[in-house]
Design a protein. Structure first.
Length: 326
C-alpha cells in the first residue's frame, strides 16, 4: 500500500532486491554536509554486466534529473553504485557489484578482492537494505522524516549526511562515514571506501570524476574482482556508465618554462599519463602555417603526469616553440 504526505509525488519507488535473483543497480548520492540523500534505481544490474565494450548508458536524465540531484548538490558530495545477488544457504552465489573510486581521472583503480560467501552476503544484505528502506521512505512509512520528492526510479531521503532518527535508515546512515557500508564491507574499520567524491569547487573545476565498476563473485574468493567499466560524473551533474576501459583524456599541455643555454633551448611542460608529447618549432617565416604543422624536433616522449622537458639545439636567433599532445 502506498501512503503519501502533502507535496510528495505519488509514485512507488520500484526496487527489486537481490534475494534469489540479480538485483537492481542502485546509484546513491550524499552530501558531506546537508539535509538529503538521493537514491536512484537504474534497473537490472544485468544490463550493465552484459553491455558490450565501449557502449554507454546515460543514468541522468533517464533515471533522475537535475532538480532531484539539487537536493544533494554536486559540490562536495559522495556517490556510489551498488547491486547484489543473494541465495541464502548457498555458499557460492553471494555476488556483489560495487564501485571503487579513482584517484586519477585516467588511471583505473586496483580491483577489489573477492571475499567469502558469508562476507559478501553481509555486504549484499546491506545493499538491499539501502534499496528496501528507500522504498519505505518513499511510501511515507518513516514517522521521523518525509521524502520531499520521489518516483519509480528515485527517492530523495531526509537526513542526508547524518544518522536517520526514523524507523527506516537513509543511504548516508547505512553507507557510513567511511563509505564502507557501515562496516559490513569486509568488516572493515580502516576506511575502505566504495564511494567517489567531488571537491568543493567541482562545478567550476572543469574536470569530471570517475569510479570503476567491479563484479565480485564469492566463488572467486581471494582473487581480484572482474572489472566491468566506469561511471563518470560530469561537472554539470550528468552521470554516464561506459563498459570496458576508459580512453585516456589528454589535456592540452602547458609550457612551464623555456631556458636557453648556449645553443640549447630546454622547454618544460605538463603531461598526463598515457599522452604522447612532441616538441615543434619554427622561425618567423613559418608563423603563417598552422602550429600543428610546424616541424617536429627530435623524438616524442610519453607523459607520466609530471612536468617533463624536451630540448632543441640551434644557432638560430629567432625560434618559436609549441608542445603538441595526442
Amino acid at each position: 500500500m502506498f501512503c503519501a504526505g502533502a507535496g510528495v509525488t505519488q509514485a512507488q519507488f520500484n526496487y527489486n532486491d537481490g534475494i534469489g535473483q540479480y538485483g537492481d543497480l542502485l546509484i546513491c548520492f550524499r552530501p558531506a554536509s546537508g539535509a538529503y540523500d538521493l537514491v536512484v534505481d537504474a534497473g537490472p544490474v544485468t544490463t550493465f554486466i552484459n553491455l558490450p565494450t565501449g557502449q554507454k548508458i546515460g543514468i541522468n536524465p533517464t533515471y533522475y534529473n537535475g532538480s532531484q540531484l539539487a537536493y544533494t548538490g554536486t559540490n562536495n558530495i559522495y556517490w556510489s553504485a551498488l547491486a547484489c545477488q543473494r541465495l541464502p544457504g548457498t555458499h557460492s552465489t553471494n555476488n556483489i557489484w560495487v564501485t571503487r573510486l579513482r584517484t586519477s581521472l585516467n588511471t583505473q583503480s586496483s580491483p577489489w578482492p573477492c571475499n567469502t560467501a558469508a562476507q559478501q552476503g553481509n555486504a549484499g544484505s546491506q545493499i538491499d537494505s539501502i534499496g528496501d528502506d528507500a522504498s519505505d521512505i518513499a511510501s511515507g512509512g518513516d514517522p521521523f522524516g518525509t521524502s520531499p520528492a520521489n518516483g519509480t526510479s528515485f527517492v530523495v531521503e531526509p537526513e542526508g549526511g547524518s544518522i536517520s532518527g526514523g524507523f527506516y535508515n537513509s543511504y548516508s546512515f547505512q553507507m557510513g562515514g567511511a563509505g564502507n557500508l557501515g562496516g559490513y564491507f569486509w568488516g572493515d574499520s580502516g576506511g575502505v571506501s566504495l564511494e567517489q567524491s567531488t571537491p568543493a569547487n567541482f562545478t567550476t573545476a572543469g574536470q569530471p570524476v570517475r569510479a570503476d565498476f567491479y563484479q565480485l563473485r564469492s566463488a572467486s574468493s581471494g582473487l581480484p574482482a572482474t572489472y566491468l567499466g566506469y561511471f563518470e560524473l560530469s561537472t554539470n551533474g550528468i552521470l554516464t556508465y561506459t563498459a570496458g576501459p576508459s580512453p585516456v583524456v589528454v589535456t592540452a599541455p602547458k609550457i612551464i618554462s623555456l631556458v636557453r643555454s648556449g645553443t640549447t633551448s630546454t622547454i618544460a611542460f605538463t603531461t598526463v599519463s598515457g599522452g604522447t608529447y612532441t616538441l615543434r618549432g619554427t622561425n618567423s617565416t613559418g608563423l603563417t602555417a598552422a602550429a600543428t604543422n610546424w616541424p617536429a624536433i627530435g623524438s616524442s616522449i610519453a607523459g607520466n603526469g609530471l612536468t617533463n622537458s624536451l630540448g632543441d639545439v640551434t644557432t638560430s636567433s629567432s625560434r618559436f616553440y609549441i608542445i603538441t599532445a595526442q
